[in-house]
Ligand binder design. Sequence first.
Ligand code: DSN
Length: 426
Amino acid sequence: MEHDSVIFDIIGREHERQQRGIELIASENFVSEQVMQAMGSCLTNKYAEGYPGHRYYGGCQVVDEAENVAIERICRLFGAEYANVQPHSGAQANMAVFMAVMKPGDKFMGLNLAHGGHLSHGSPVNFSGLVYKQCEYNVTRDTNLVDYDMMEEVAQRERPKLIVGGASAYSREWDYARMRAIADSVGAILMIDMAHPAGLIAAGLLNNPLRYAHIVTSTTHKTLRGPRGGIILMGKDFDNPWGITTKKGELRKMSSLLNSAVFPGVQGGPLEHVIAAKAVAFGEALQPSFTEYAKQVKANAQAMAQALLDKGYKIASGGTDNHCILLDLRGKYPELTGKVAEAALVAADITVNKNMVPFDDRSAFQTSGIRLGTPAITTRGAKEPLMGEIVEMIDTVLAHPEDERVISSVREKVNRLMAGYPMFAW
Ligand code: DSN
C-alpha cells in the first residue's frame, strides 16, 4: 500500500507544532508513549458491542480482559464501586447519565455556561438543553465562587430531577457536601462532572466527589493524562440498590440503567483500543510519580497565578485551587478582547483559548478573558520558575498584540526554550 504522505505530513507538522510551543490550554495534556501505542494498536479492529462477558460479537475474550483491567484500575484510583469506561467523550458520558435518570422534557440544573459551565450541562444548542429543560445557578459577582445559596433557592423553586456540578472554566474547589444536601432536600440526583480536575482528585489534592455524588462523570484526557474519552463512576450510593422500578415492578439498578444508556442508548461499538489506552493511563495514575506530577500541576498554576497578579492582571475568583486560571483581561487591558489575545499568543506559539469571564459584557466569540492551564506544560517537565518566564512572555505579547516584531521575538524565545523540554520527558 502506498504511504499516505498527505496525512503523515500533517501529523508530522502537528507533532512539530506541539513540540515547539508552550501549551496552556487547560483541558489538554500530552500522553505517554505507551498510551499512544495502545491507542494505535490492533484493538481498533475489534467490534465488541456489549460489556465484558456479554458481547454481541464473537472473539471478544481478549478485549474483555483489557476492559476489565480498565474498570478495575479506575475503581481503585477513585474508590469507585462501579465504572463504565466506554463513553467516547465526556459529553457522551453526560448524555448517558441524563438518559438513565431523566425522561425527555424533565428538568435539571447546571452551572451557567457563561459562568464557567459546560455545553453539555444545559446549553440550548446542545442535546442537554434541547432534550431537557435546564435551570441554572451562577457564580457570585463579588467572589466569582459558585453561588450555593442561589443553587439552593433555584432547586427549591424548580425541583430539578438532576443537579449537575463541575465546570470547564472554574478554578476553585467545590462544596460537594452542600450540593448533596441541596439535592437530597429536593429528591434530586447529584451528578458531578469532574473532567477538568480529575487528575488532581486522583492524586488526593482536591475533594473526591465520589464520596458525595450519586454519579460522577469525567473525561480521561485532561489532568488525568489519558487518551481522549469519557467514563462514568459510582461510589457512595452503589451499595444501596437504587434505580427505576419497571412496569413489572422490578427494580432496575442504576448500574444497569447507566450501562444500557451508554450502549445501546447513545453509542454502538466501544473503542477497545482507546479503552486499552485508558487502562494504561489509569495504571500510570496509580503510580506515586503521578501524585508528584499532579502536585507540580497545582504548584505551577499557583506560581503562574501569582506572577500574573504581580503584573497587575485580574484573575476571576482571585486565584486558583486547581490547574486552571481564568484571566479577566478587563483588569489590565480593558480594550483587549480574548479573541485578539488568543490570536496574538498563538502567533507567538503560546497556545491558550479565549473564554468568557463571569458577567462578561462581550460575546462568546469575542470574550473578555483567556483560560490558562498547567497540565500540559507540567508534563513537559516545567517547574515554578518557568511560570514566571511564561508570564513575562505573555505580558510582552498582550502589551503589543498587533506588533509582528514583538510577537516574532517572543516566538523565537518560546521555541528555543521548549527545545529543552521534550514531549515525553516524564
Ligand atoms: N472543551 C473542553 C474544555 O476545553 O474545557 C471541555 O469539554
